[in-house]
Design a protein around this ligand. Structure first.
Ligand SMILES: [Zn+2]
Length: 126
């Protein structure tokens, strides 16, 4: 491994994102090359006080979630809609029941009425 090749691996070495196949020749080179040792040390020092590039703003996320509060909104919606929905369902069920009752008893009621009607008014006039 020569110096430029070794220096290409420095950031990987410092971030410890380096495999053994790269690390072993690199360390072998560093062991024998003072220039690269100094280079790496300079890089290590300048690299050290490294603020995280991105840190999640958890406080902001939490506030946003609290502002949105989807559960609360759904709960309020549910509480507002549910009584209406229940009444509508009950009305529908009642209508359905009445309809079934009507369909079951109407033919019977008709035949009963026809049977009970003893005299046709026209018949009586004759
Ligand atoms: Zn070197």
């Amino acid at each position: 491994m020569n110096c430029p090749d070794a220096r290409e691996q420095f950031s990987a070495l410092l971030n410890e994102h380096i495999g053994l196949t790269e690390r072993i020749p690199l360390e072998a080179h560093l062991h024998q090359c003072e220039a690269c040792q100094l280079e790496l040390e300079a890089l290590r020092i300048s690299d050290r006080p490294r603020p995280p590039a991105w840190s999640p703003n958890l406080d902001f996320a939490r506030k946003t979630l609290e502002a949105l509060r989807p559960h609360d909104t759904l709960e309020r919606l549910r509480q507002r809609v549910l009584p209406f929905a229940r009444k509508a369902l009950e009305a529908l069920r009642l209508h359905d029941m009445l309809e079934k009752l009507r369909q079951r008893f109407l033919p019977f009621a008709r035949t009963t009425l026809e049977a009970l009607r003893p005299h046709d008014p026209l018949e009586r006039l004759r």
